[in-house]
Design a protein around this ligand. Structure first.
Ligand SMILES: Cc1cc2nc3c(=O)[nH]c(=O)nc-3n(C[C@H](O)[C@H](O)[C@H](O)COP(=O)(O)OP(=O)(O)OC[C@H]3O[C@@H](n4cnc5c(N)ncnc54)[C@H](O)[C@@H]3O)c2cc1C
Length: 488
């Protein structure tokens, strides 16, 4: 039997790689982790989830200060935002979380951490900083980078991506965002709230293209009211550096050519997998522009080499990367064949209102040819939402032809937290009647989950048939008020 230096080698110290490393090391596998940056943590910690959610909160507080009058408070005259202070806060939050993702912590769990740019020399061995390391299993968890499409003039014009946006030394006066996906939407609203004049360009007829249009339009309507400009159904023709301003030429939805100008351009047009310089071509690990090709057990063409997280081109979320890390542990360490199942993988865009989703939405149901029904409840009918001044949004529950829930979308306050109850209901196959009859504390925004389940049962419970039965058995006298009084 071949004698390898390590039981398992992991390339990439982000969400997927750290999950595998921590699990494998704690289970007693001799584990090597290789990261090319100076610190562990990956995009999520340094350029993604953590800085973006920290920024969103700061922008939210500033926004609330501006609308204090709506809450019966005095109007305040606010000084402009000093973005260096915002960056300072972002870095301080990252620093705290970094301790959890430190080299020392992983060493204490039993894993060896090395920094540098590894390259496979054969299918079990990599070369790193002049040394070679072999492992029985390898996991490629190198994540993704911002995609930069071939737009005329983009290469010659300074622009920012998620790698720079949280570390600017001042707040841009104006910003054009290329792409209305989750990153463009979240950043667009946050910067607009902080005082930047924002315009978002997208080629589709809606932002947040994966979501149902009515839900995405709900986010866009709020952002529009706050002053964000949108150019949908627009194609980007060219980009030009004018010095202090940048110019983006678009063909708008009416076919007109528009020249938009702003101080800063944010490119948020999707992600490219980090597959370069790993020597994958030499060892038979195949990939395309979306990512490394894997089977349902996340194995590449080489069955002992796995690819987990953004780099395999699947769901690009931290929780998906963590889940996939667990799948690799099952297969490579426990040797229990386990396949991925994304049926009820939830996600959320942290705009205000938030838009969270799990399972099938209307778009996906139509595409799959499912005969579905939709049940909704509006946040304007939720007492706690009203108390908190949150009147926008709704929950949408999708049932299949057998009236089984197959998906839920929530547009509204704390939607990302509210979806968690559905994570349990859908994964645990909890009956809708259980959810509808379970007591939820009053007044909570979460009551909306119970209410939408109840909405499905209401017409059945309060049907004429039931009323007739009760009247027959118990001699109920019928309506005491209203146009049909005493008619029954
Ligand atoms: C602005 C923004 C906001 C986001 N917000 C959210 C959110 O709110 N919720 C959510 O779930 N997801 C969010 N995401 C997505 C999330 O960050 C990613 O899905 C997640 O980080 C993927 O984890 P990963 O382990 O695949 O990659 P990463 O976390 O990026 O880790 C990959 C690691 O591999 C390293 N690496 C790359 N190449 C090499 C190499 N050749 N050799 C060695 N190491 C290498 C990288 O330096 C990095 O440390 C956001 C992303 C962005 C950009």
């Amino acid at each position: 039997m071949a004698n390898f230096d390590f039981d398992i080698g992991v390339i990439g110290g982000g969400s997927a790689g750290l999950t595998v490393t921590s699990g494998a090391a704690q289970l007693g596998a001799k584990t090597l982790l290789i990261e090319k940056e100076e610190k562990l943590g990956g995009d999520c910690l340094h350029f993604g989830c953590v800085p973006s959610k920290t920024l969103i909160k700061t922008a939210h507080v500033y926004h609330m200060m501006k609308i204090a009058k709506d809450f019966g408070l005095p109007q305040v005259d606010l000084p402009p935002v000093d973005f260096r202070q915002v960056t300072h806060r972002i870095k301080s939050v990252i620093d705290v979380i970094q301790q959890h993702d430190s080299e020392e912590r992983f060493c204490s769990l039993g894993a060896k951490v090395e920094f540098g740019d590894p390259e496979f020399t054969d299918e079990h061995t990599i070369r790193l900083n002049g040394k070679t390391y072999s492992a029985k299993y390898w996991v490629i968890a190198t994540g993704s980078s911002p995609a930069t499409p071939p737009i005329k003039g983009l290469d010659e014009t300074p622009y920012i991506t998620n790698r720079e946006i949280f570390y600017l030394d001042r707040l841009p006066k104006s910003m054009i965002i290329l792409g209305g996906g989750p990153i463009g939407t979240e950043m667009g609203q946050a910067f607009s709230r902080l005082g930047t004049s924002v315009q978002i360009i997208d080629r589709a007829d809606q932002i947040l293209g994966k979501e149902d249009k009515d839900m995405a339009d709900g986010v866009m309507a709020v952002m529009r009211l706050e002053g964000v400009g949108f150019h949908l159904n627009a194609s980007i023709e060219a980009i030009k550096d004018l010095g202090s301003k940048k110019e983006v030429t678009i063909n708008d939805e009416e076919g007109k050519t528009l020249k938009l100008r702003a101080e800063t351009i944010l490119v948020s047009m999707g992600r490219s997998p980090n597959t370069a310089n790993l020597g994958l071509e030499k060892i038979g690990v195949t990939f395309d522009r979306r990512g490394i090709t894997v089977d349902k057990r996340l194995r590449t063409g080489q069955k002992h080499i796995y690819a987990a997280g953004d780099v395999n081109g699947g769901f690009q979320f931290t929780h998906a990367a963590g889940y996939e890390g667990g799948i690799v542990i099952s297969n490579a360490i426990f040797r229990i064949p386990r396949k991925t199942d994304y049926t009820f993988l939830p996600w959320c865009t942290y705009s205000d209102p938030e838009l969270a989703s799990i399972g099938m939405n209307e778009k996906a149901s139509k595409k799959a040819g499912i005969n579905y029904s939709v049940w909704t409840e509006a946040f304007k009918n939720n007492d706690r939402s009203l108390a908190e001044g949150e009147k926008v949004g709704k929950i949408k529950m999708i049932l299949d032809q057998k009236e089984k829930p197959i998906g839920v979308q929530i547009l509204g306050p704390r939607a990302g937290d509210l979806i968690n109850e559905w994570v349990a209901v859908l994964n645990g196959k909890v009956k809708l009647s259980t959810l509808a009859s379970a007591v939820h504390p009053y007044p909570t925004i979460g009551e909306i989950n119970k209410k939408v389940a109840g909405a499905y049962f209401s017409p059945k419970i309060f049907s004429d048939r039931i009323k007739k039965g009760l009247k027959f058995f118990f001699h109920l006298k019928g309506r005491a008020c209203g146009p049909e009084t005493c008619e029954e």
